[in-house]
Design a protein. Structure first.
Length: 105
């Protein structure tokens, strides 16, 4: 099992960040209004994550706060949108299946 470790930033309402830090458990967004469904979303440092989290918070939250997390994840479970090979694969999947989904709508 190969793992990756990195520091990342999560932005949410200040009370939600405090709750997550107290419980030492990330807040899990649930519902259809999130980027890729249920889960916890982080901006990683390799893509200027702290600045992205700050900007996102300013545009989406009333009282934003940022949590810094050390993340260790199995490589096979990581969707890294900063990886060119991963983005090529996503683009190919979108071209192949995205059009079919639009045709069905």
């Amino acid at each position: 099992m190969t793992t990756q470790k990195f520091q990342a930033y999560h932005c949410n309402e200040a009370h939600t960040v405090q709750w997550a830090l107290k419980l030492k458990k990330p807040y899990k967004s649930v519902g259809d209004s999130h980027w890729l469904g249920d889960g916890s979303y982080f901006f990683d440092e390799s893509s200027n994550g702290k600045k992205h989290a700050e900007n996102w918070g300013k545009n989406h939250k009333n009282n934003p706060s940022i949590m810094i997390a050390d993340i260790v994840v199995e490589s096979s479970r990581l969707l890294d949108l900063t990886n060119p090979d991963m983005m090529d694969t996503i683009t190919k999947l979108q071209e192949k299946y995205g059009r079919a989904l639009l045709d069905e709508a």
